[in-house]
Design a protein around this ligand. Structure first.
Ligand code: PHE
Length: 390
């Protein structure tokens, strides 16, 4: 008898798949990528890849996972009738572990910034000291500590199982996340730079569409939808036979895109209102935004809420990355869920520690010519272009 767990409700299906898709990619990465690639031009290419390639690929992953009722390796075996494609599954599991390791480091940063805001220490920093503060934090042991705490929380949810852990957590966190986003949106739309910010995001300058912008938008779209890694396939193995495939795929893509666009709507008007740079890159959220919040009344509440939002979004995504390995270890080696979770957490903690320290004490330790954290990020980039080949 097939005793595989199943999501209990349709709301659970949407909350978990959207939870996987919505993450740092939408709220941290999308605004800085759009900011440094011309705003509207990037958005246009991004939408093209989400709907023309993304939705069909999510649907395909859903079909494969639901029909085989197994994780990535089992799905490929079931549909090809041979072990010839196992390597795709193994490379996806490896990529998921590597992405989980660096993703948890950045998620740890969002937890540190949430706590600093709650105790009122983020608002006090002068604008020109923010860069050094951020650098000081990411290069110290504090970032390792927060990554470990984040991975422990991740493990606790995973230990709860598919229905009581993952589904229940997503059912609570996703509505909360949308609520916080809406509060920020209303606040941003009341700012003086709203017209300039929205024009930057929504009026594409077609001459800005270069091969680099197209490639960046493609990688961003695939990463944001969590496709090509077996994540959606693994979640679909917990769908019931009645779960609608195309409708669920389209809903996931629409809500994921909505969060990315709303993040732009929150960030750009705020950035333009106070004459800050939209092209600040990965530091946009950690340096520029706290300066923006510092100019609002109740600045610590705004920044605590914003970084809490980022931490929540990160958690629902890391859970889905972790499930790829857990489902594989349970199916393939008959491991208990608890053993698989502990094993994965220990591996991610070890790699995450190397990644976090590569911004500080291990700065000079390289793999080839790249720092450890850069190598993990490159793995993400390779995964994005590999998903394009799928
Ligand atoms: N989609 C997530 C984000 O936007 C990242 C992710 C990638 C999650 C791959 C699972 C698998 O942040």
């Amino acid at each position: 008898m097939n005793r595989r767990a199943q999501f209990a409700t349709r709301m659970g299906v949407v909350a978990t798949t959207v939870g996987s898709a919505v993450g740092l990619g939408n709220i941290w990465r999308f605004p800085y990528e759009a900011g440094s690639h011309g705003g509207g031009a990037f958005l246009l290419c991004y939408l093209f890849f989400i709907f023309v390639i993304g939705v069909p690929v999510i649907s395909a992953e859903f079909v494969m996972g639901r029909a085989s009722r197994s994780g990535i390796i089992g799905s490929f075996r079931c549909h090809s009738g041979s072990r010839r494609w196992d390597w795709i599954g193994y490379s996806s599991i490896l990529a998921a572990i590597l992405i989980l390791s660096f993703y948890s480091v950045v998620a740890g940063w969002t937890m540190e910034y949430t706590c600093e805001s709650v105790i009122g220490r983020l608002g006090d920093v002068a604008d020109d000291a923010r860069h050094d503060r951020f650098d000081g934090f990411i290069s110290g042991w504090g970032s390792v500590w927060w990554m470990l705490v984040f991975l422990l929380i991740n493990a606790l949810v995973l230990l709860g199982g598919v229905k009581k852990g993952i589904e229940r957590m997503s059912n609570i966190l996703m509505p909360l996340l949308f609520l916080i986003l809406l509060v920020f949106c209303v606040n941003s739309l009341l700012m003086s730079g709203v017209a300039e910010g929205l024009a930057f995001l929504f009026s594409p300058d077609f001459s800005a569409i270069t091969p680099g912008v197209v490639l960046g938008a493609m990688g961003q779209a695939f990463f944001s939808l969590s496709i090509g890694l077996g994540c959606m396939m693994t979640y679909a193995s917990y769908f019931s036979d009645r779960t609608p495939i195309v409708k669920s795929a389209t809903t996931t893509a629409l809500l994921d895109t909505l969060v990315a666009v709303l993040s732009g709507v929150i960030i750009f008007p705020a950035v333009f209102s106070f004459g800050m740079e939209a092209e600040a890159g990965p530091r946009l959220v950690f340096e520029v935004l706290p300066s923006v919040f510092g100019r609002l009344s109740g600045s610590d509440v705004w920044s605590a809420l914003f970084f809490f939002l980022l931490a929540l979004a990160s958690l629902t995504s890391t859970i889905s990355m972790s499930e790829i390995f857990i489902s594989f270890a349970c199916d393939e080696f008959r491991m208990s869920r608890r053993t698989a979770t502990v094993l994965l957490t220990l591996i991610a903690m070890s790699l995450g520690t190397l990644c976090a320290l590569s911004f500080g004490p291990l700065r000079d330790f390289t793999l080839g010519v790249k720092r450890f954290s850069t190598s993990l990020t490159m793995c993400r980039a390779t995964y994005c272009s590999r998903s394009a080949e799928w």
